[in-house]
Ligand binder design. Structure first.
Ligand code: PAF
Length: 274
């Protein structure tokens, strides 16, 4: 695996691969890699000859009150994991290279796809995500890019951007990878105390209960949401932020649930003893 630290070098690598007629799959990440990211690499390897992964903690998608400064940065370990899994090029640009003017003048707006749910609790988050993904797509110029289903609203926003702005990039989605306790793997899980982690798994259980009720034939979104809300309410240390059944492409709430719709939710957990 080759480390690529600048945009110019990345463009050179891409041009070289194109000259050889090789196809390119791209896995954008913010590092602190775990098995969830590595399954994105597996998917990328399945569909293309060259796999480029980026590690860039994108300041634009963090609000001033979020964890940009303390977001885990584990580049040596990331490089080892990426190389072992078969990444060919690990692109690690600096903030100054990606945002030479500190912040861009032009942003990519997610429109209605990014308005509710995660977009409502994290204003401007999806603008930051889409702007950096657009820039990375222009730099890496992949044939396909692979994203994780865990961040399903991000997937919907990226697909909408690719469609509406005519990016010549196919978007592949790899399934959520869960730990044995049911929690979706995430770089931020390492912030959780054992108690917070236990509380966090209640969200997975609520989403599974909603899915199970759907499988038993319940089609009213309100009834499925009520099942989930009942499990989240009145749990000490857990504050629900949102829970809903949505169309997985538009991220608009549905009334009647169909196969392919998604139950999405977020909770805040706190451990007063920690
Ligand atoms: O999913 C992530 O890790 C980030 O949002 C992404 C897509 C790498 C953009 O910074």
């Amino acid at each position: 695996m080759q480390l690529v630290e600048t945009i110019d070098e990345m463009r050179h690598v891409v041009a070289d691969a194109r000259t050889k007629g090789q196809s390119i799959a791209f896995v954008p990440t913010m590092g602190a890699l775990h098995e969830g990211h590595l399954t994105l690499v597996d998917e990328a390897k399945r569909v293309a000859e060259v796999v480029v992964m980026s590690v860039f903690v994108n300041p634009l998608q963090f609000s001033p009150t979020e964890d940009f400064a303390r977001y885990p940065r584990t580049l040596d370990e990331d490089a080892r994991l990426a190389a072992d899994r078969g990444v060919n090029f690990l692109f690690t640009p600096t903030k100054e290279d990606i945002y030479p003017e500190h912040a861009p003048v032009v942003y990519v707006h997610p429109g209605t796809v990014g308005k509710e749910w995660e977009g409502a609790v994290r204003p401007h988050h999806f603008e930051g995500v889409l702007t950096v993904v657009a820039k990375l797509f222009h730099i890496v110029m992949p044939d396909v890019a692979v994203f994780g289903q865990k961040d399903l609203q991000q997937v919907a926003a990226v697909k909408a951007m690719v469609r509406d702005l005519n990016f010549p990039v196919g978007i592949l989605v790899a399934p959520i990878v869960r730990d044995p306790d049911g929690m979706a793997m995430s770089s931020r899980n390492r912030y959780l105390s054992p108690k917070e982690r236990e509380l966090g798994t209640i969200l997975s259980k609520a989403l599974f209960a909603m899915r199970d009720a759907f499988m038993r034939g319940e089609r009213r979104a309100s009834a499925l949401e009520a099942i989930g809300w009942r499990m989240l309410e009145r749990v000490v240390g857990l504050t629900p932020r949102y829970l809903a059944v949505v169309n997985a492409d538009t991220f608009q709430r549905v009334n009647t649930v169909h196969h392919g719709d998604a139950a999405v939710g977020a909770v805040r957990v706190s451990d007063d003893s920690a």
